[in-house]
Design a protein around this ligand. Structure first.
Ligand code: PNS
Length: 159
């Protein structure tokens, strides 16, 4: 039986911290499904379609990774894909409070799906999607911190 994981997030936009986590997941799972949150209450920089397109471009040649946009409950999305694990990246202890709440709520909703926390390579622990957007907005370079496809879209967005 395939070992399947779901890696959910806003990915607005995807960073090299995220891609590092995906690579680590691939060593543990046969299939990694990236789930982009389509949240009508949030005002993301990139629409769900734009994020989907960008991330699909990044993983175009990688059959172990599939990209989806989802709304509704994460545990329902994970269950539909046959996933046993939800992957979340942890960059710092401050991430833990929110992550623990979500993990416990998700466990309450679907006991058989485990949340696994993974730590990105330390050179990406300061990288967040919000900081990336802020730096780009004011003309700073984010080279080496996001995939090239994302860098291009950011430049276009803020031009
Ligand atoms: O990258 P983010 O914004 O920190 O990701 C948050 C995400 C997508 C994992 C979370 O908002 C989520 O799971 N949303 C789906 C709705 C849901 O299941 N909510 C209950 C979570 S306990």
């Amino acid at each position: 039986m395939d070992r399947i994981a779901v890696y959910p997030g806003s990915f607005d936009p995807m960073t090299n911290g995220h891609t590092d986590i995906v690579e680590r997941c691939k060593a543990l799972f046969d299939k990694v499904h990236l789930g982009i949150l389509q949240n009508p209450q949030k005002a993301p920089l990139f629409t769900a379609e734009e994020r989907l397109e960008m991330i699909q471009e990044i993983y175009a040649d990688d059959s172990a990774v599939q990209v989806h946009a989802f709304d509704g409950l994460l545990v329902d999305f994970a269950e539909q894909l046959g996933a046993r694990a939800i992957i979340r990246g942890l960059r710092a202890p401050t991430d833990l409070e929110y992550e623990l709440q979500m993990a416990l709520m998700n466990r309450r909703l679907r006991d058989r799906i485990e949340t696994l926390f993974m730590v990105p390579r330390e050179e990406f622990t300061f990288v967040s999607s919000s900081l990336i957007k802020e730096v780009c907005q004011f003309g700073g370079s984010v080279e080496g911190l996001v995939p090239s496809q994302v860098e291009l879209r950011l430049v276009e967005k803020f031009r």
